[in-house]
Design a protein around this ligand. Structure first.
Ligand code: ATP
Ligand code: MG
Length: 301
């Protein structure tokens, strides 16, 4: 895989996307755990914010990966249950959405104007999903309730659990696109395939289009990865984001452990690796914007 450097990326051409009528909702989904969904959701959100976009990050995973990643705790040190409070306690949206501290993206800010909002989730999210599902009709309650937030930002990024069995149609219902991260091993590729199948099966409940399949934690020297990549490309022609596949690197785990995005994480042990990882995420952000630019311009809003 050739390496893009930040200097070779050109974000100027996407400045035009920063307009009041751009509202794109992206679901990050894969029916396999640990493939890098939360890492992608958080870091793409931070990158887009640094590029001057207004971004909302919604965490519908009961593991609450986003809130953990951003250390979002209430006054008593308990995780903030934004999704549950919104859906079940009927708290107003502005009481459950938090603006992320600017220090997440300040040091890498490339254009002013960016803002990052977070709607955190936690282990009560599953209870909320059960209650909603009992009602049946109300599967798209979350989509309706977060509409005012989506109207306020350019991009809404939804981080999901590997299994949202109760609730998948509801989560997809407000989405324009889905992006599937996957590792290049058998179980993950199976997970990615099942994700596509499920999206198709639920087609009546949503309009989300598959934007791409992003290989993560890639090391093509590892046995089998090159074959899995080839299979994916054959099965999903034009949809595999091979050119911006994210290489495997310890620095991602270190950043998760420190509850930081790759951009705000300060690596004392491996600054060079951290820069490579940052560049990998900038490349993903650029590819994402290129896709959105192409699609939203062609189809209109
Ligand atoms: N490119 C990478 N190289 C190495 N490790 C990575 C990379 N990307 C993410 N990781 C690490 O892999 C682990 C799983 O990532 P992450 O939590 O983002 O996956 P997930 O798909 O959200 O998991 P879950 O399904 O449990 O929600 C984390 O420890 C993360 O730091
Ligand atoms: Mg996760």
């Amino acid at each position: 895989m050739e390496h893009m450097t930040l200097a070779s990326l050109d974000f100027e051409q996407y400045r035009g996307l920063i307009r009041d009528d751009l509202h794109v909702t992206l679901v990050i989904t894969c029916k396999k755990g640990g493939v890098g969904k939360t890492t992608l959701a958080l870091n793409l959100a931070v990158a887009l914010t640094a590029l001057g976009f207004k971004v909302a990050l919604i965490d519908v995973d009961p593991q609450g990966g986003i809130s953990v990643s951003l250390d979002m705790l209430d006054d008593y040190g308990a995780p903030i249950e934004g999704i549950f409070d919104l859906l079940i306690k009927e708290m107003p949206l502005d009481k459950v959405v938090f603006q992320a501290p600017a220090d997440e993206y300040e040091s890498v800010r490339r254009q002013p104007g960016g803002e990052l909002y977070v709607l955190p989730g936690g282990n009560k999210t599953q209870r909320a999903a059960v209650v909603i599902n009992e009602d049946g009709e109300d599967y798209d309650l979350l989509t309706r309730l977060i509409q005012p937030l989506r109207d306020r930002v350019h991009f809404t990024i939804i981080d999901t659990a590997p299994s949202n069995a109760l609730w998948e149609g509801g989560i997809l219902s407000g989405a324009d696109y889905a992006l599937i991260p996957t590792q290049l091993n058998r179980l993950s590729v199976d997970g990615a395939t099942r994700t596509v199948t499920q999206m198709n099966r639920l087609a009546g409940l949503h309009q989300a289009r598959l934007l791409g399949i992003l290989p993560t934690m890639v090391n093509l020297n590892t046995h089998g990865q090159a074959e899995h990549l080839l299979d994916l490309k054959q099965n999903y022609p034009g949809l595999v984001w091979e050119s911006v596949a994210i290489p495997e690197s310890q620095v991602w785990r270190d950043a998760s452990e420190a509850a930081r995005s790759i951009f705000s994480f300060k690596s004392l042990t491996n600054p060079a690796g951290k820069r490579l990882a940052e560049n990998a995420m900038w490349a993903v952000a650029q590819h994402f914007l290129a896709q959105i630019h192409q699609k939203e311009t062609r189809y209109g809003q």
